[in-house]
Design a protein around this ligand. Sequence first.
Ligand code: SF4
Length: 432
Amino acid sequence: MNVADSQRLASALERIGYQSALQAEDADVIVLNTCVVRQSAEDKAYGRLHSLRPLKEKNPQLVINLMGCLVGVRSYDRLQQRFPFVDVFSPPSDPGPLVSFLTQGEAQTLEQAEMLRRFALMDEETDALLLPEPERGRLISAHVPVVLGCSHACTFCIIPYKRGIERSRPVGAIISEVRSLVAQGVKEITFLGQIVDRYGKDVPGGPNLAALLRLAHEVEGLERIRFLTSHPNWMNDELLDTVAVLPRVMPHIEVPVQAGDNAVLENMKRGYKADDYRRLVERIRSKLNSSFPGVSIATDIIVGFPGETDAQFQRTYDLLAELRLDVAHLARYSPRPGTVADRRLPDDVPAEQKMERFRCLETLQEHISAEISAHYLGEIVPVLFEEKVKNRWKGRTPTNKLVFTEAADDLRGQLRPVRITWAGPWSMQGTV
Ligand code: SF4
């Protein structure tokens, strides 16, 4: 989501005459777009912010903009006191405060920004998105936010506090953005939402994600469509059937389970039980696994949630071992200030134990991913190539597996059949 937000901000800055600088020391404006989903991300953001201070002292004309979840959608008075060298504070997904500071010499307040955003939504913000110059004609895979914010309020999660309540973007604005991206060379779109399968549910009589996928599928020149992240409770049959029948919607589902123990899931307020997730995985596979390579499923897991016992962790381990999903994004729990978990549940799993559990799942998943990848050996799969990294072309299979290949041709944006010659847990190699 932050990558997409940064792209939009860069695009807005170019529209008022700015261009990207190669290094911070050369810039007139520096934007630090921040994430606070875990303590480590927040620490990193503060570290980077402190490192900008000497630049501002050397050049008082420099404009520093702090953006994203560190600022949030409410008040930023405390940040202003703590970081007086920051000129502009912007909530996530909103270039407004910086653009107005640069054009009118004053930053919008969060209330003004919110009002303008609502007007823009009412106007259906049909503006096409012009990619920032360094990416125009070169970016192959782009992210398009379709649902902003989240209203679910899992007890551990800071996102609803920082990105605000769930708001679906108008379908017309999304499709014109997709068309404009394709006209600039983009071949693959990933629709984004904290709960992307809730797209349209906040708008009475609004379209749903299945309808949005069908519309995007009509866009000429678009080769691939993906979406993330789904919530298990909203992944209905209509959506899965739509993925099954539309050839350009990729068979890759990102659907976090977070834990395999029902009491932990209840404490997290996820809204489902481990068996519901089992049944969902079965349903996804039965609908999307018809031919090789079938569907890939990615999940997220938090270890060391407050009160998690060894037996409860074991149930998460067993679930992962049983379901054999393609990818597991793992995180060690860290309390986020202001969340329900932070206020009501003591962070009582020692750091070493969190690490031990993390490593245990990491090792398990490495084996599972290696085993799944091994099925690709010798097979021919369609790979969409995105860029050259250290003399090798990097692309992805429909199931989102990374593939590297050596080729003299320019493969950027090419969809080519590739024979897989080597397969490891996290990537593969092949020949075009
Ligand atoms: S669904 Fe839960 S974890 Fe995901 S963004 Fe919303 S509150 Fe956070």
